[in-house]
Design a protein. Sequence first.
Length: 186
Amino acid sequence: MRRLRIEGYVIVSADGRLANVDNLMPDELKFEGDKKFFSAALDQADLILHGRNSYEDQPSSPKRNRIILTRKVGTIAPDPSNPKATLWNPAGASFEAACDHAGIGSGTVAVIGGPGVFGMFMDRYDTFWLSLAPRVRLPDGEPCFPGVPARSPQDVLAAHGLKPGEVQMLDPEEDISVTPFRRAAS
C-alpha cells in the first residue's frame, strides 16, 4: 500500500509573498535560521516536488530525488539534465504515476513551490511548514498560494483543513518563525 506523507515548505513576507515582482526570491527573504531549517527538512525527505522555476540551490540539491512539474512533456519523462529528476505534466499523468516513475512508493514528499504547485496539494498536505518574515514586504510580488493576498496564507491553509501548531523561532533577531499547519488525523 502506498503511503506518502506530503509536507509543504515556504517562507513568506508579511504580505504573503514568496517572490518579488520579477518572480525571484529576494535576499530580503533569505535568513540563516530558515535556510538551516529548510535544508535539514529536505535532507530528510524522500522526494522533492517543485515547479520548473523553483529549486533549493543547496550543496545537497543534486543528491535529492525530485519531481519537476512542467508542460514541456506530455506525461512523465526522465530529466535529461538530472538523473535524479523526473519531469511530470499533471495534465497527462497522475501524481502517483510520477512517484512510481521516480521510484518512490512511500516516505515523505517535500513540496517547495511555486504557488500553483502548492495549490495542487492543498487538500493533501499532512503538514505545511509556513515560515514568516514579518518585517519584509514585497508589494506586487508573487503570492505564495492561490487566493493570497485576498486572504492570508494562514487563512488559506485553515480553509483546507490545516490547523496551526506551536510557533518555532528560527531567527529571533529578525523575528523569523515557522508554524506547522497540520491536518487532523481521520
